[in-house]
Design a protein around this ligand. Structure first.
Ligand code: ATP
Ligand code: MG
Length: 247
């Protein structure tokens, strides 16, 4: 379970405090697949960074499977896997080396067979020994997904994992998410492809100007809106929150 208790995050920008996430409380049960939606700058990545230990919240507390993300940082960091929105990689390592190193970082014994299997799963076996910098953009993103999975995390955060990947990989990634779900992994996914969230998520969260506008089961949300598409429902809710009339 992920427990967020009155979490706020602010940054000092040129001497002025800018609140990015504001007083957010939520409970995400084990095995949930949460689709976290919200427009550019809503605070999705910031929130994910606070949960996964890349950033510290300014106020409030976050628990991951009963461990506090600030006090038990090392424990919570190893319970989660993160596919970051920004593509990051070490240009001088190969995909195989990157996975082996990531295993070490995550506190598991480097296992070549597992690394090779992951490369196969994400169609990177042909690039196994190439410098990562020579991979295409989509291939780099595939590698990020594989890296996030090396330690078989119980919670997986996918921050726009399908931006810039081809249709085939998108489908493969969806399949992979289905498999992880069957294994009981909790998944938090952000995406601007709303139909992707509609398909993959069983709960929908909408973050709007740093606040949680909604956190509800996908089915009940869609039932309440007479079977309209999630994209239509999302647009209506965002518009309402902005005080704008429906078109
Ligand atoms: P997107 O859909 O574009 O990925 P997002 O919902 O993930 O958007 P965030 O990346 O969380 O949005 O950013 C939320 C706000 O926080 C933005 O206004 C951004 O400029 C600001 N922000 C993020 N990181 C910092 C930082 N290190 N310092 C100052 N402001 C920041
Ligand atoms: Mg983001």
């Amino acid at each position: 379970m992920i427990l967020l208790d009155d979490v706020s995050k602010s940054y000092a920008v040129r001497g002025e405090r800018k609140v990015i996430v504001e007083g957010l409380s939520a409970r995400i049960s084990d095995g949930t697949r949460l689709g976290l939606l919200g427009r550019n700058g809503a605070g999705k990545s910031t929130l994910i960074h606070c949960i996964t230990g890349l950033a510290k919240q300014s106020e409030g507390s976050i628990e991951v499977l009963g461990f506090d993300t600030l006090h038990d940082f090392r424990t919570t960091r190893r319970l989660v896997g993160l596919v970051p929105q920004e593509i990051t990689y070490d240009p001088f390592f190969t995909p195989l080396e990157s996975l082996m190193i990531q295993m070490g970082l995550m506190g598991v014994e480097p296992n070549r067979v597992r690394a090779e299997n992951l490369l196969k799963t994400f169609a990177l076996d042909e690039k196994r020994d190439a410098y990562t910098r020579t991979l295409s953009g989509g291939m780099k993103r595939r590698l990020l997904v594989a890296q996030a999975l090396v330690h078989e995390p119980r919670l997986l955060f996918l921050d726009e994992p399908t931006a810039g990947v081809d249709v085939e990989l998108r489908r493969e990634l969806w399949q992979e998410v289905e498999g992880l779900r069957a294994a009981g992994t909790t998944i938090v996914l952000t995406t601007h492809y709303i139909e992707e969230a509609e398909r993959l998520a069983d709960r929908i969260g909408i973050l709007h100007k740093g606040q949680l506008l909604l956190l509800e089961s996908r089915d009940s949300l869609m039932e309440r809106h007479d079977g309209r598409s999630l994209e239509d429902i999302y647009l209506e809710l965002i518009r309402k929150a902005d005080g704008r009339p429906a078109p």
